[in-house]
Design a protein around this ligand. Structure first.
Ligand code: ASC
Length: 153
């Protein structure tokens, strides 16, 4: 019985990927978690901004480029949250303590952003500049909403 349990546990860990290890165990130091999430945000913002340049008419519309940027935004949108480990509102960060004291609202804000980003990806794949523009605006609102509530000025 114990052997079966051990085998099942091993199989579970093997199939569940990085999630099997607690997120906080993946950063040696709190500063590493802060660096990680800021780096993710930098890349996220860079590629979201490239879509923005197209939406605002600064750069010409290219379906391929928009899709490539949206794919990066989508991947980045999944990454920051595991790095908001408790205690990391101190240090070289603008993270507010409300992230942890109002964790449910923070989680909901993140999920809203991720959902809007999925719609952005779909809009990028649609090939319609109008859909892209609308989806871009929706994502921007979720960025701003979360920053207003959870990021220091
Ligand atoms: C960006 C960026 C943000 C959001 C926000 C949208 O490109 O860096 O924080 O968009 O400005 O309102």
């Amino acid at each position: 019985m114990n052997k079966i349990r051990a085998m099942l546990a091993t199989a579970l860990i093997a199939t569940s990927g990085v999630g099997a290890v607690p997120a906080y165990a993946q950063f040696a130091k709190p500063e590493d978690a802060i660096d990680y999430r800021k780096s993710v945000m930098t890349v996220l913002s860079a590629h979201f901004g490239r879509i923005g340049a197209v939406v605002k008419g600064v750069n010409p519309y290219s379906a391929a480029e928009v899709q490539a940027n949206a794919a990066i935004v989508e991947m980045m949108s999944k990454l920051p949250f595991d790095a908001f480990i408790p205690g990391t509102d101190k240090g070289d960060t603008r993270a507010k303590s409300e992230i942890w004291t109002n964790a449910e609202k923070f989680k909901a804000s993140g999920e809203q952003m991720q959902k809007a980003v999925l719609a952005l990806s779909a809009a990028a794949k649609s090939g319609s500049p109008d859909q892209l523009k609308a989806a871009f605006g929706d994502v921007g609102k979720t960025c701003k909403g979360c920053h207003d509530d959870f990021r220091r000025k």
